[in-house]
Design a protein around this ligand. Structure first.
Ligand code: AGP
Length: 609
């Protein structure tokens, strides 16, 4: 939800902090601030609005110091004002925080009773005063942090700096991500890897309940009781360029164009075209478990939930295994029938989504085998799971998920193959055909990307509209949901995805000349039903934008605009139908002038409930 950073080393801190915050802006961008310590004095600068506002504020102001912290905010408690921006100060110490403190109200009353005055409406400022109070009672900086954190309920990733401990940073996490980068005589602390990847690839992932102290070129990690924990750094093989725009106008467009590679990288080494089977050793599932499995649960949110719906269709069709798809935010609050004999897959790009994590943690508590289908190496979900299925999409910076979704879809095709062949529901011949189709997908995506101007032209006709309906059936019903989500979250047009068969049960009342209807009608066993849907819309003077298979000779005569995808086996159309919808949303949003990479009110990783 927010981005936090810290630096201690031999270089001037402020430019490094600002550069890292820029790389974290996708996590939240309604206010920002940094603090540096020089000659035992902490200087704090904060501003509301985007990071450029803070840049302007500190442009002429001296910010000396080789140690500092920074924050870019996605407001949860209190308006996005300068007063509510981080870092928050309490006497000689300053703090930045990501997360939500659930007991901050009672803590605030208690602190006020001890004479503390509050300058903001935030829960984060309470944490600063809480730790200050422990130091005022004579405890050391690190111990005071540990004692203060024991008083908290909720989630946090924090970094603190104190005038009483020059050259020292203390950090901690519970429920929100935090990584430590080991440089050459420098230490970098951040919410996410892209913020510090251009400095170092040696990363330590903090776990929940751990604190980290960096001082005198040393790093110490402990639990909240001060017991030291040994952590081995992970070498991250992403290049810094992977986290940059590389000439594209927006991260989102770059990431849409990276999707052929994402499919190839996610498939690489995980299937055997000759034998027609998949190789997924990190799931932690043995063949007998797979054969005896009676049901599978998929837990996810947003776009990841859409890919899970595709996973359901594929796995039930190819492996004859019942699949329950659950929204994380719903699943965590109902008494599901989940038990120890089940397998649960958490589907998440970030691996940090609070609602999804709550679902996987509930599954673990019930003894189920939990797998993380995830794009973020070392994220919380991957470190808590029994098994892992990584989508090798590389860092996804755009808030609207595109290439990560493609990686998830690819992973589900691999999973369906593994489960189908292991359970005997797919013959070797079925498997060889499945692998052949998978191997041929990337070039088809390249072909669609090369025809982007066609989609840009269509976007030019509809970007002024205020509503849109997306219709699909079968495997493409989840794609209709995903296309609508892409449009609404970056263009702010009210778009709804619907099962096409549901049109006559209500949504058809919405059809008029102002309501463009995007119809997903590739050649498959439901094509004729989609032709009927197009006719229903046209009979009510609706506008139809149809995604059809090359060679279609029916819908092309009925629709107002048509985009043709290459012919593929019907079971593989989701790979291709998705791309024009992503590009349509992108170009409509660009024409509307919205902030495509950082849409209003959103954040890349929703680490709070
Ligand atoms: C997708 O475009 C959205 N940004 C959002 O729905 C996202 O998919 C959802 O918050 C889940 O995130 P995750 O995959 O990191 O768990």
């Amino acid at each position: 939800m927010c981005g936090i950073v810290g630096y201690v080393g031999e270089q001037q801190a402020s430019p490094l902090l600002m550069d890292s915050l820029k790389r974290l802006e996708y996590r939240g961008y309604d206010s920002a601030g940094i603090a540096t310590l020089h000659e035992e004095n902490i200087t704090v600068w904060r501003s509301s609005g985007k990071l450029t506002n803070l840049q302007n504020v500190i442009a002429g102001a001296p910010m000396p110091g080789t140690v500092g912290i920074g924050h870019t905010r996605w407001a949860t408690h209190g308006e996005p004002t300068e007063a509510n921006a981080h870092p928050h100060r309490s006497g000689h110490l300053v703090l930045v925080h990501n997360g939500i403190i659930e007991n901050y109200v009672e803590l605030k009353h208690d602190l006020a009773g001890d004479g503390y005055e509050f300058q903001s409406e935030t829960d984060s400022e309470v944490v600063a005063h809480l730790i200050h109070r422990w130091m005022a009672k004579g405890h050391g900086f690190q111990e005071s942090v540990r004692l203060g954190l024991k008083d908290l309920a909720g989630s946090y990733a924090i970094v603190l700096l104190s005038e009483d401990a020059p050259g020292m940073l203390v950090a901690a996490r519970a429920g929100c991500p935090l990584v430590v980068g080991l440089g050459d005589g420098d230490f970098f602390i951040a919410s996410d890897i892209p913020a510090i990847l251009h400095h170092t690839r040696k990363i330590i992932f903090l776990d929940d309940g751990e604190t980290c102290t960096v001082a005198n070129n040393q790093i110490t990690i402990t639990d909240l009781d001060g017991i030291t924990r040994e952590k081995t750094p992970t070498h991250i093989d992403w290049t810094p360029g992977m986290a940059e725009k590389e000439g594209y106008r927006h991260f989102m467009l770059k990431e849409i164009h990276e999707q052929p590679q994402v499919v190839l990288h996610t498939l690489m080494g995980r299937y055997n075209p000759e034998h027609g089977d998949a190789v997924l050793p990190d799931l932690g599932l043995n063949p007998d478990t797979i054969r005896n499995l009676t049901r599978l649960w998929l837990v996810a949110c947003g776009t990841s939930w859409h890919s899970a719906l595709i996973g359901k269709y594929l796995i039930e069709t190819m492996a004859k295994l019942p699949v329950h798809v659950e929204l994380g935010s719903e699943f965590r609050h109902r008494d599901s029938l989940l038990n120890k004999d089940d397998v649960v897959i958490g589907v998440s790009q970030s691996g940090e989504t609070a609602d999804t994590l709550a679902g996987t943690r509930e599954a673990t508590a019930r003894g189920a085998h939990v797998i993380a289908l995830c794009n973020s190496v070392g994220s919380t979900m991957t470190r808590e799971a029994d098994g892992i299925l990584y989508t090798h999409a590389g860092p996804e910076i755009g808030v609207a998920s595109t290439k990560a979704f493609m990686g998830q879809v690819t992973a589900f095709y691999l999973l369906a193959l593994l489960l189908g062949r292991t359970r005997g529901a797919m013959t070797p011949e079925d498997g060889v055909a499945w692998c052949s189709h998978l191997a041929g997908i990337a070039p088809h995506i390249e072909h669609i990307l090369a025809t982007e101007p066609e989609i840009e032209r269509i976007a030019g006709k509809y970007y002024r509209d205020s509503d849109a309906l997306y219709l699909g059936r079968g495997l493409n019903f989840p794609i209709a949901l995903e296309g609508a989500l892409k449009l609404k979250e970056i263009s702010y047009i009210h778009a709804e995805g619907y099962a096409a068969g549901e049109m006559k049960h209500g949504p058809i009342a919405l059809i008029d000349r102002q309501m463009p209807v995007v119809v997903l009608a590739p050649r498959d066993h439901l094509y004729d039903k989609m032709v009927t849907a197009v006719r229903e819309v046209k009979a009510r003077n609706g506008l139809v934008v149809a995604i059809v298979t090359e060679g279609d000779d029916t819908i092309v005569d009925l629709a107002d605009d048509v985009y043709r995808i290459p012919e593929v086996d019907p079971m593989f159309t989701p790979f291709l139908v998705t791309i024009p919808l992503q590009l349509l949303a992108y170009h409509i949003a660009t024409l509307r002038g919205t902030d495509v990479d950082q849409p209003r009110n959103l954040a890349k990783s929703v680490t709070v409930e």
